[in-house]
Design a protein around this ligand. Structure first.
Ligand code: GLC
Length: 798
C-alpha cells in the first residue's frame, strides 16, 4: 500500500494512484460519485464503493444475489456493514464511512486488484478492514484489525449487519420473498446461516416459482459470538435506519432467528484493547451449493486470521497471473497504468465475471459483449478466450443467428434480427487464431441451440451465410433490429433499412475468413466470400458515400441517416472509422472520412458517437433519439467506439491524432478535471457527456463497459503496434513523435519477447532497424520462437 502523497500519481482532491499504478488510493468518502471496486473470482463476486456500500452474489449478480442492495448512486446506502462500539461511552461508528458516517480522524480507501482496504480512525480506534474474495471458493472475507491509538484501555464490540436477498434481484415484493427464507445459528462455528426454498426460475415443466434456491448462505466470525440477530426489525428497530440502529442502544443483539422475520445476518463479537494493542477479527460470508459444497467446511477453512492472510496472498498471485504476463513501460503513466493493470482487471473481474457494477447489473452474457471482452485473455490465458468462443457458438441457431444475450445461470434469452451479433464470432476467432495459431479450435464440435453439434468452423460459416441472406436490393446488409448501436432500434425492423457499418464489418471479417476457408479446403465458400466482398466494396462506395463522409444507415422508409441532409445525427463515428479499419474505402476517402471525424466529432473528451445529438424522439430511428441529447449513444463520447477511432487514426498514418484520441478517453487523465468528470479515474467509463449536455465531459456507466478491453487493445496493438500475425509478432509502432521510445514485455506462443523500441530521430513510426537476441533481423515481423525462452528485441524507429 502506497500512501505517501510524495509519490502520488494523477492526484486530485479525492485520491491518487500508487507509484506503480497497481492501487488507487482514495482519501475521503466524499468522491463525486461512488468510486468502487468490482471483485470476482469468476463465480462469487461483490461490489464495494468507497463508502463501504455494495452487495454480493454467487454465479450471477442478477439471478443469484446474496445480499440486498438497490441501485442508488446518490445515497449509495446498501451494504454489508460493521459497527464498532465503545462499550464504556456507548459511542459507535462503522468500519467504513457508511452507514454511521461518524466524524473521523482519518479515512483512506485503497482499491486494488481483487481487494479493497478501508483505513478509518474514529475516537482513537484505528480500523483496517480488507475485503476480498477467495480465488477458489464462493467465500468473501473481511479481515478487520482494530488498533487502540488512545491512551486508555478500550472495551469494544463489533457488529456485522447485512440483509439476505438469496435469489433474483431486485426482490421488490419483499413480503412475498420473505415467506421463503429461514435463518439459523451455528453457535459452535460462530455463524448464522440462511436458506430460501424458492427461486425465480421456472421448474422443469416450465411452471413458475416452485423451485428451490439450492444454497446455504452463511456469515461467520473468527471469535465466539457475544450475541447475534437474524431479524431486521429487532436489529434496526421499527422506523429506524441503519445509521442509528436500535441494536446500538442495546447491550446485546436479540437472537431472533427462524422463518418469521425479515432476514439479516448480525454477528456481535467483543474486542478488548490495551493502549497500543491490535487485534484481528475475520468475518466470512458465502453461499455453499447443495450437493457440491458444505457451508461448515467453508467456514472452518477460511474464518481465521491465518487463513485470511493466506487467502489474500492467493488473491495477489491469482491476479498476477492475468496481468503480469504483459507489461508496457512508456513515458505515459496513464497508458501504463490502464494497460498493465486496470483495463485488464476491469475487463476480467467486472465485465467477464462479475457482469455487474453500480450503473448496471446484468444477468447474462451479451453475444457480442463478452466475446469482445474475452480478447483480454489472449496474452495471459488464451484458453479462456477459446472457452468463450465455444460458449458463444453454443448460443447459435442452425439458421446462423444467435441469442442477443442469454442468462448465464440457466440460459435462455431473446432471439432477434440484430444484424451484427452473429458476425462477432468469426471476428473474435480471427483475433484468437492470430494470437495462438490454434487451428484445432475450428474442429471443436459445438451443438446449435436447435440442432446437433457441428465444428466451430461451420458455426462461423453459418453466421456469415445468414448475413449474406440479409442484403438490400442495392447489396448493402440490412439493419434488422439494430447493428452494434443497439439504440438504432427502429431503423430497419421491417427488414428494408440498411446498415453501412455492417457492410464494413462484414467486409473486414470476409478478409480474414477467405484464407481460413481456403485452408479448410472450402474453396467454394471462399469464392463466394470473395464475390460478396467485391460487391460490398462496390455498393458501399456507391451508396454509402455522402459526399464528405460515409452514411450510417438508411431507414425502412429509405431516408439516409448520418448525412449532411439530416438536421440531427448528421455524422456518425462508426461508419467513418470502420471504412478505414475494414479497408473498404480507398485512401482518398479514408483521409476525407477521418478529416470529417476530426472536424465534427473529435471534441475535448474524445470522439463523439454522432453529431448533432437527437433532440426529439424519432419513431423511425429508435430509442437512441429518446436519450437526453449528449448522453451515451446520442451524441456522447461512447468510449467503446471511441477506442476504434484510435485504430483508424493509426491506419491513416496520423499517430498524433491517434494518441490525442486515446489521451482524451484514458481515464487517469481526467483526474485533471475531476469535478467535471466525476467518475473513477482508474477504470473506463461507458460514456462521457457530449457538448449538448449541460454536464459536458461527465463520465458515467463506469466498470461495466466493453471499452476496457478495447482501450487495452488499441494501446498495445495500434499505438505501441505490437500485433500477433499468423506467422509472427509484428512490431509497427505509431507513437507520439516526441517519445524517446518504450518497452513492452509480452508472452507470445510460449515465449517471452522483451521489446525495446527507440525513437532517436523523434519520428514515432517506421521501423529502421531490428535486432533479435543481439543479431540483425530483417523486417519487423518477429519470428515465432515457441521455445519457452526469453528473447531480447531492439527496434530503432527512423
Ligand atoms: C451496449 C451493449 C453493446 C452495444 C453498445 C452500443 O454497451 O452492451 O453490445 O454494442 O451498447 O449500443
Amino acid at each position: 500500500m502506497t500512501e505517501s502523497p510524495m509519490t502520488a500519481k494523477f492526484a486530485n482532491p479525492y485520491g491518487y494512484f500508487s507509484d506503480d499504478g497497481r492501487e488507487y488510493v482514495i482519501t475521503t468518502p466524499h468522491t463525486p460519485r461512488p468510486w468502487g471496486n468490482i471483485i470476482s473470482n469468476g463465480d462469487y463476486g461483490m461490489m464495494v464503493s468507497q463508502t463501504g456500500s455494495g452487495y454480493s452474489w454467487r454465479g450471477n449478480a442478477g439471478q443469484n444475489r446474496i445480499t440486498r442492495a438497490f441501485q442508488d448512486l446518490v445515497r449509495d446506502n446498501w451494504g454489508k456493514y460493521f459497527y464498532i462500539r465503545d462499550l464504556e461511552t456507548g459511542a459507535f461508528w462503522s468500519a467504513t464511512y457508511k452507514p454511521v458516517m461518524a466524524p473521523y480522524e482519518r479515512y483512506t480507501v485503497v482499491h486494488g486488484l481483487g481487494y479493497s482496504r478501508f483505513i478509518h480512525q474514529v475516537q482513537g480506534i484505528e480500523s483496517v478492514l480488507t475485503v476480498f474474495v477467495a480465488p477458489e471458493d464462493p467465500v468473501e472475507l473481511f479481515h478487520l484489525t482494530l488498533t487502540n491509538r488512545s491512551a486508555r484501555p478500550r472495551r469494544l464490540d463489533v457488529t456485522s449487519y447485512l440483509e439476505w436477498l438469496l435469489g433474483f434481484a431486485p426482490d421488490e415484493h419483499r413480503e412475498f420473498h420473505k415467506l421463503f427464507i429461514e435463518t439459523a445459528a451455528d453457535v459452535g462455528r460462530h455463524a448464522l446461516l440462511a436458506r430460501k426454498c424458492l427461486w425465480g426460475f421456472p421448474d422443469e415443466h416450465g411452471r413458475h416459482n416452485n423451485v428451490d434456491w439450492p444454497y446455504t448462505a452463511f456469515m461467520a466470525a473468527s471469535v465466539p459470538l457475544k450475541s447475534f440477530d437474524g431479524d431486521k426489525e429487532s436489529f434496526l428497530g421499527l422506523y429506524q435506519t441503519d445509521d442509528r440502529p436500535r441494536a446500538m442502544s442495546q447491550p446485546q443483539l436479540a437472537g431472533r432467528i427462524g422463518r418469521f422475520g425479515d432476514a439479516i445476518a448480525a454477528l456481535q463479537v467483543e474486542v478488548y484493547l490495551a493502549p497500543g494493542e491490535a487485534r484481528t477479527v475475520v468475518f466470512t460470508l458465502g453461499a455453499a451449493e447443495d450437493g457440491r459444497e458444505d457451508a461448515a467446511a467453508l467456514i472452518e477453512r477460511y474464518t481465521s486470521p491465518e487463513a485470511a492472510a493466506q487467502t489474500l496472498e492467493a488473491v495477489h498471485r491469482f491476479w498476477a497471473r492475468f496481468v503480469d504476463t504483459e507489461r508496457v513501460e512508456t513515458p505515459d503513466d496513464a497508458l501504463n497504468f490502464m494497460t498493465n493493470y486496470w483495463a485488464k482487471y476491469q475487463a476480467i473481474s467486472c465485465r467477464l465475471w462479475g457482469k455487474s457494477a453500480f450503473y448496471q447489473v446484468s444477468a447474462g452474457y451479451g453475444f457480442r459483449d463478452q466475446l469482445q471482452d474475452s480478447q483480454i485473455f489472449l496474452v495471459s490465458e488464451p484458453a479462456y478466450t477459446r472457452r468463450q468462443l465455444l460458449l458463444h457458438a453454443g448460443q447459435q441457431f442452425v439458421e446462423g443467428d444467435v441469442l442477443h444475450w442469454w442468462f448465464s445461470i440457466r440460459g435462455g434469452g431473446p432471439r432477434t434480427n440484430c444484424s451484427d451479433d452473429l458476425l462477432w464470432l468469426p471476428f473474435i476467432l480471427d483475433a484468437y487464431l492470430k494470437e495462438t495459431a490454434d487451428y484445432s479450435i475450428l474442429d471443436e464440435p459445438v451443438p446449435y441451440l436447435n440442432g446437433p453439434a457441428a465444428p466451430l468452423y461451420d458455426h462461423c460459416k453459418r453466421a456469415i451465410e445468414r448475413s449474406f441472406s440479409r442484403f438490400s436490393p442495392r447489396g448493402i446488409p440490412l439493419m434488422g433490429d439494430h447493428d452494434w448501436n443497439d439504440g438504432l432500434s427502429a431503423v430497419g425492423t421491417l427488414l428494408k433499412g440498411e446498415s453501412f457499418w455492417v457492410a464494413e464489418f462484414l467486409y473486414t471479417i470476409l478478409g480474414s475468413f477467405i484464407p481460413l476457408a481456403q485452408r479448410r479446403g472450402d474453396g467454394r465458400f471462399a469464392r463466394k466470400c470473395e464475390e460478396v466482398r467485391i460487391s460490398l466494396k462496390e455498393a458501399m462506395n456507391r451508396f454509402g458515400w455522402d459526399g464528405a463522409w460515409f452514411l450510417q444507415a438508411t431507414t425502412d422508409d429509405g431516408l439516409p441517416l448520418g448525412s449532411h441532409q439530416n438536421d440531427e445525427g448528421k455524422i456518425f463515428l462508426m461508419p467513418n472509422i470502420w471504412a478505414v479499419i475494414s479497408g473498404i474505402a480507398d485512401d482518398d476517402r479514408s483521409q476525407a472520412a477521418m478529416a470529417a471525424v476530426t472536424e465534427h466529432l473529435l471534441k475535448d473528451y474524445g470522439p463523439l458517437l454522432n453529431y448533432p445529438a437527437f433532440t426529439r424522439p424519432r419513431r423511425d430511428i429508435g430509442y437512441v433519439t429518446r436519450y437526453a441529447p449528449g448522453l451515451r449513444e446520442n451524441g456522447g463520447v461512447y468510449t467503446h467506439a471511441a477506442t476504434w477511432a484510435v485504430w483508424a487514426y493509426v491506419l491513416i498514418g496520423r499517430p498524433d491524432l491517434a494518441y490525442e484520441a486515446y489521451r482524451r478517453i484514458c481515464p487517469p487523465n481526467r483526474s485533471a478535471d475531476i469535478e467535471t468528470y466525476k467518475a473513477e479515474p482508474y477504470v473506463t467509463a461507458g460514456n462521457s457527456d457530449g457538448p449538448q449536455s449541460p454536464f459536458y465531459g461527465r463520465g458515467g456507466w463506469t466498470w461495466y463497459t466493453g471499452s476496457a478491453q478495447w482501450l487495452h487493445r488499441v494501446a498495445t496493438h495500434w499505438i505501441l503496434g505490437v500485433r500477433p500475425q499468423e506467422d509472427g509478432l509484428l512490431v509497427d509502432p505509431a507513437i507520439p513523435a516526441d517519445w524517446p521510445g518504450f518497452k513492452i514485455t509480452r508472452r507470445f506462443r510460449g515465449a517471452t519477447y522483451v521489446i525495446e523500441v527507440e525513437n532517436p530521430n523523434r519520428v514515432g513510426r517506421g521501423v529502421a532497424n531490428v535486432t533479435v537476441d543481439g543479431r540483425p533481423h530483417a523486417g519487423n515481423l518477429l519470428p515465432v520462437f515457441a521455445d519457452g525462452a526469453v528473447h531480447q528485441v531492439k527496434v530503432i524507429l527512423g
